[in-house]
Design a protein around this ligand. Structure first.
Ligand SMILES: [Mn+2]
Length: 356
């Protein structure tokens, strides 16, 4: 079944005549068009891609199953959508409630000729949860590029080098190895900056004795990667080694358990309990992980509240951490896919505590 046929099935489920797709990632997933600008209009009889003239050539080439229509210079999408509504007698038109501004809704409510605008939840995004072999190959390669970057960056991490230099080098290495772009802003956090899980790299110069946490990823054929490693510059002290070992133990316990059929929150609990039992529960504030695909953060999640069962073909990150104010932090993150009977870890970089 093609992805647009899966959308047609949602029309029946939701009892709507057509749906307007506005999320750029969903547009790409359903049509192949990478421009992330405009709308897809999908009814039982009509498949249209509305975009602007910057994308005329790309849209036609990338989305052969859709009729491409180019909006006028005034970006009057309502006129194009109304033509489709009238051509197919659409009464109930679904829209992506999670990706529609209030202003957009107000304007379309006034200008569109559908009787009813029906909010549709994240049904379209959830089509993306289970990955195909082709998607999995792209995700595996994206993470592999991260492995290359980690392996090469180790020789550059030394006292006097700034966090920003390390971040820039990681990004350069990833691009030299086929990355199209970054999947998110690279995090390099040394010393006490490591106590902030999402620290921005700055001009801080790495010192001997610092833990350095690097969280980075790239995009390959549209698909994102995500990995984190923490290393020590010089010999780790007892407390640094202690928290490193706890985080690694928590991460390993989850990966060893990973197989389809458990709820996201059950995995989160495995890691959270290990960290709490070791006395550091208050220093692990974020969720254990998230799915990844065209977007860096996708559902389902590994979190305290995730009730969904994690199925085979789902990509997930496992990224426990401990962050201690005025001391520093440790996070270790791999990106994996759940297989029928377990998982495949895409990350192969070392996880023993590296002392540089
Ligand atoms: Mn992550």
């Amino acid at each position: 079944m093609t992805n647009y046929e899966r959308v047609e099935a949602i029309l029946d489920e939701k009892n709507i005549d057509a749906i307007l797709v506005s999320d750029g990632y969903n547009m790409r997933y359903i049509s192949g068009f990478t421009g992330a600008t405009g709308y897809l209009f999908i009814s039982k009889n009509v498949r249209k891609l509305f975009t602007d003239s910057r994308y005329t050539v790309a849209a036609k080439a990338q989305a052969p199953d859709f009729d491409v229509e180019i909006v006028d210079g005034g970006r009057n999408y309502a006129a194009l959508i109304n033509n489709a509504i009238e051509a197919d007698g659409v009464k109930k038109l679904g829209f992506e409630a999670n990706n529609f501004s209030y202003a957009q809704y107000e304007s379309f409510k006034k200008s569109l000729k559908a009787k009813e605008l029906v909010p549709v939840g994240n049904d379209l995004s959830l089509l993306r949860v289970k990955k195909t072999e082709e998607e999995i190959a792209n995700l595996r390669q994206a993470e592999h590029i991260g492995d290359i970057a980690f392996n090469e960056i180790l020789s550059h991490i030394k006292p006097g080098v700034t966090e920003l230099e390390i971040a820039a080098k990681i990004e350069y290495i990833m691009k030299c190895n086929g990355a199209e772009k970054l999947s998110f802003e690279t995090i390099v956090a040394a010393g006490i900056n490591g106590s902030k899980p999402h620290a921005e790299p700055g001009n801080y110069k790495i010192q001997s004795g610092d833990l350095v946490t690097m969280d980075f990823g790239c995009v390959y054929n549209g698909y994102c990667s995500d990995m984190t490693r923490t290393v020590c510059v010089g010999k780790a002290n007892a407390k640094q080694r202690e928290i490193y070992d706890i985080v690694l133990k928590a991460q390993t316990a989850v990966i060893d358990t990973l197989k389809p059929g458990m709820k996201g929150k059950e995995y989160d609990k495995i890691a959270r309990d290990i960290i709490a039992d070791a006395g550091y529960g208050e220093y692990f504030g974020h969720g254990l992980g998230h799915s990844v695909g065209l977007e860096i953060h996708e559902d389902p999640r590994f979190s305290v509240s995730e009730e969904r069962i994690i199925e085979a073909g789902t990509i997930i990150t496992v990224e426990p951490g401990i962050y201690i104010p005025d001391f520093g932090g440790v996070r270790i993150e791999d990106m994996l896919v759940l297989t029928e009977d377990g998982c495949e870890d895409f990350a192969h970089s070392r996880k023993d505590l590296i002392e540089l």
